[in-house]
Design a protein around this ligand. Structure first.
Ligand SMILES: [Zn+2]
Length: 84
């Protein structure tokens, strides 16, 4: 997926509350085994890096491509930073 489109998808999921805004602890990481990514909605295949995270606010667990996690992290920080 194009990185600009990916960024928009993840930003929208943040706005809709489908992705958490708070910090997430890493539960585990490794290769994907075909689960759907909570960031982009596509499956995480065996040759892609996957991170499994738990949200500290509501104990929600999310699964993300390594790349989607990086975009999520940048987007949530950009969003939540005070404009002042
Ligand atoms: Zn993804």
């Amino acid at each position: 997926m194009d990185v600009d489109i990916l960024r928009q998808v993840i930003r929208r999921r943040l706005e809709e509350g489908r992705l958490p805004h708070g910090q997430m602890m890493e539960l585990g990481y490794g290769q994907g085994v075909g689960q759907l990514c909570d960031g982009c909605g596509e499956s995480i295949t065996w040759h892609q890096r996957m991170t499994v995270r738990i949200c500290r606010d509501d104990w929600r667990t999310v699964r993300l491509h390594g790349d989607c996690f990086e975009i999520w992290d940048a987007e949530r920080q950009a969003r939540d930073e005070p404009a002042r």
